[in-house]
Design a protein around this ligand. Structure first.
Ligand code: NAI
Ligand code: MG
Length: 350
């Protein structure tokens, strides 16, 4: 089989540090990858005035997947790095399903540590192209007492339906439970449409137990009774907030992984850790690479390499259980030491 073509946007801050470990671990599985390094991000912005070149999407379309570290630097306003790179990729490639597993791995300390394995095993599916992050709105009366900012949420039936359908399918493969989070008591239009779509799609999936809940109550339930949650589907904003909470519950930003997918299209899926560029620890070799390694594991699954994906998954779990661990998980290891241990565990796999 020919090599998978993977575009690498290592990005800013700790991005390159964690991506380097993920690449080594993927290579240790023996899967053949042709990597294309794309030096996009904040340095690119200072050199050229853009976070990525004008033909970036065309370049990416020539690949089977994208592995991204993180973007964002104190020297560039965050709305520029976000809108000109991350959101430009998600929206430009129509990567409409953002999928984030939240599992408590044995050995990882956290607010829910000590729960039985399997009790914290949630899969978040976040709508990734519209909703509260549609970018519709405007500003008027700048500098005057009545200065106004209007931010409009956009919910279209096709975009809601495809992501809800996708979430039902994931629930069917897992424990058969789907929880949909909205706030349709206070917001009477978009989230009500969302709830209606969930009820309609539910009719096609009689084997899935559906639960439509208010997002604030869901946040509390994630902490109080995480075992009651299997797949959770949510809008762009709610999914964003809930998955940071989920990351904290599974041991912190350093371990959380994500995939942005466009099922049914030939756009390259995007795999990235949930964390940002962590400027406070960048350049010191102490960032936790687990979130990026886990994202690379999701990439191997998506590339159709189930054996390599299983080997990497087992290696990540073994290293979380036995160490070495980085400081955010209570250890003293460097980024590279964790990467070394994962590579050794992959190589030792039967
Ligand atoms: P952040 O995720 O970079 O950092 C939050 C906290 O988590 C920091 O204390 C950091 O040290 C810690 N942390 C993050 N990753 C870690 C890792 N791998 N190991 C150990 N600790 C880790 O979020 P923050 O500080 O809000 O944003 C920093 C920059 O990153 C901003 O410019 C922001 O716009 C950008 N950002 C980019 C994202 C992306 O590329 N997907 C996502 C979130 C933020
Ligand atoms: Mg977020």
């Amino acid at each position: 089989m020919s090599a998978h073509r993977v575009a690498v946007i290592a990005g800013d801050g700790v991005g390159p540090e964690v991506v380097a470990q993920a690449r080594r671990a993927v290579e240790a599985t023996g899967v053949e990858i042709a990597w294309t390094e794309l030096p996009w991000g904040s340095d690119h912005y200072h050199r050229t005035g853009r976070m990525m070149p004008a033909d970036a999407l065309a370049t990416l379309r020539g690949h089977d997947a994208i592995l991204l570290g993180a973007v964002g630097d104190p020297s560039v306003p965050d709305h520029i790095s976000l809108w000109e790179l991350l959101l430009a990729l998600r929206q430009g490639l129509d990567l409409w399903a953002n999928v984030r597993p939240a599992q408590l791995l044995p050995g990882v300390p956290g607010p829910l540590a000590g729960r039985a394995p399997g009790e914290v095993d949630m899969l978040f599916v976040r709508e990734n192209t519209e909703g509260e992050y549609a970018g519709v709105g405007g500003r008027v009366h700048a500098g005057l007492a009545g200065e106004t900012g209007i931010e409009v949420s956009v919910f279209t039936r096709p975009a809601v339906e495809r992501v809800v359908r996708f979430a039902f399918e994931r629930a069917e493969e897992r424990r058969g439970r789907l929880t949909s989070a909205t706030k349709s008591n206070a917001s009477r239009y978009g989230y009500v449409l969302w709830d209606e779509v969930v009820a309609e799609v539910a009719a096609d999936h009689p084997g899935v137990e559906v639960d439509s809940v208010l997002v604030d109550a869901l946040a509390a339930r994630m902490v109080r009774d995480p075992g009651s949650l299997d797949v959770v589907v949510a809008s762009n904003l709610f999914g964003d907030v809930l998955t940071d909470l989920a990351a904290a519950l599974q041991g912190g930003m350093g371990v959380a992984a994500s995939a942005s997918l466009a099922p049914g299209s030939d756009a390259p899926p995007l795999f990235e850790p949930v964390h940002g560029s962590a400027p406070d620890i960048a350049g010191r070799g102490v960032a936790n690479p687990i979130g990026c390694l886990w994202s690379a594991q999701l990439m191997l699954e998506q590339l159709g390499e189930p054996e390599a994906a299983a080997a990497l998954r087992a290696a990540i779990a073994a290293v979380c259980r036995q160490g070495p661990r980085t400081r955010d998980l209570g250890g003293t290891a460097s980024t590279a030491e964790v990467g070394d241990a994962v590579v050794r565990a992959v190589e030792a796999a039967p």
